[in-house]
Design a protein around this ligand. Structure first.
Ligand SMILES: [Zn+2]
Length: 373
């Protein structure tokens, strides 16, 4: 296969020494190392998978490494996210990452993107790179990265981890493989996946899967070997087994099929809580004229800016006095601007004995983004 990075950058004497063990490999050699130096790789996520990928790609001499992450280092990250040390707790992950990577290889340019990846910025950010490595832990970002990569014709080196099992693949329709949507056309319905933060994971699993992702990124840059295109590699740490599954390209894929229905990036808002419903679900419930009460818990001055027609206006601050106005025998759907206050309202109402409650994930912002009014 062709190297995905066509250009090369000359090596300095110091680099010739640093990469001596690469230069001894005919599959890398001086030419390959120069390609690595010219390569730009974006890592989405500076966590469990992003850590080993960043460490190895930096050591390997990938010239530019971008990282997208807006999180700060938490104590519970240290069990698996090797980029971050105990002294980094509370620091932005990208700051912590930048410091470590510069110490490993000062010749590598580190580009931090301290933003939440969304439909509005993904094409611009991903478009500046040759290869994208997906180290995200949530479905909305995974679909966003997949869609953006397919639209931009960038290979997407996928990895995921759950408990004792990890998976890796390369999604690249433009190189003859499938995309993630060929495998799973749509994100799972809300409530069908465990809450975002509650799944356990064996820390060292990140090292296994992240190293596979780093290997695949390097192979793609060099144009060497056989990439994990249309193959899914499954690793089980307990059984210590690797299995390979074929993921065929789906000619009816909504993204990379013959008649694609997805031709631009859309925000995918998915909940982690079984209490949540998506804006799409709410719209369907309204169209079917289902029997429920929609409650807007924003402040009165926000009601004036926009509203979902037909919602009962009951600001969160007034809820303790006025919750009696809401029926207990009907489904109550709560919403606010982004979903935070309505989640608090839901918790409060549950404590008052309400059992039929839902929270609109993403709130008014998501509704407007999706339906424009
Ligand atoms: Zn596809």
């Amino acid at each position: 296969m062709q190297p995905v990075v066509p250009n090369r950058l000359p090596l300095t004497d110091e680099e010739l020494r640093r990469y001596a063990r690469h230069l001894l490999l005919s599959e890398v050699g001086r030419e390959g190392q120069e390609r690595l130096k010219a390569a730009k790789v974006l890592l989405v996520g500076a966590g469990g998978l992003g850590s080993p990928v960043a460490l190895y790609l930096t050591a390997a001499g990938v010239g530019t490494i971008g990282m997208v992450d807006f999180d700060v280092v938490d104590f519970s990250n240290l069990q698996r996210q090797l980029l971050h040390f105990t002294s980094d707790v509370g620091k932005p992950k990208l700051q912590s990452a930048g410091e470590k990577l510069a110490a490993i290889n000062p010749g590598v340019r580190f580009v931090p993107h301290p933003v939440r990846l969304g439909a509005s910025n993904a094409l611009e950010i991903l478009g500046g790179y040759d290869v994208v490595v997906d180290g995200t832990d949530n479905f909305p970002t995974r679909y966003l990265v997949n869609d953006a990569c397919a639209l931009l014709r960038r290979p997407n080196v996928y990895g995921s981890i759950y408990r004792f099992e990890g998976m890796a693949s390369v999604f690249a329709p433009h190189l003859g493989g499938p995309c993630y949507r060929c495998w799973y056309p749509e994100p799972p319905p809300p409530g069908a996946v465990p809450g975002c933060a509650e799944a356990g994971v064996l820390g060292v699993l990140c090292g296994v899967i992240g190293s596979i992702q780093a290997t695949e990124a390097i192979k793609l840059i060099l144009g060497q070997g056989k990439p994990l295109l249309d193959r899914l590699l499954r690793f089980n740490a307990l059984a210590m087994s690797f299995r390979e599954h074929r993921i065929p390209h789906d000619p009816n894929c909504p993204l990379c099929g013959r008649n694609p229905t997805i031709t631009e990036l859309k925000e995918i808002i998915m909940s982690c809580s079984p209490d949540d419903i998506s804006v799409e679900q709410l719209k369907t419930m309204r169209e079917r004229k289902e029997d429920f009460v929609l409650v807007d818990v924003r402040d009165p001055d926000e009601f004036a800016i926009n509203e979902i027609t037909g919602s009962v206006k009951l600001p969160l601050t007034e809820l303790p006095q006025r919750f009696g106005e809401l029926p207990k025998d009907k489904l109550v759907v709560l919403h606010c601007k982004a979903g935070g206050r309505s989640a608090r309202a839901l918790k409060f109402l549950r404590e008052q004995g309400y059992t039929r409650l839902k929270n609109l994930a993403g709130g008014m912002d998501a509704w407007e983004k999706r339906f424009g009014h």
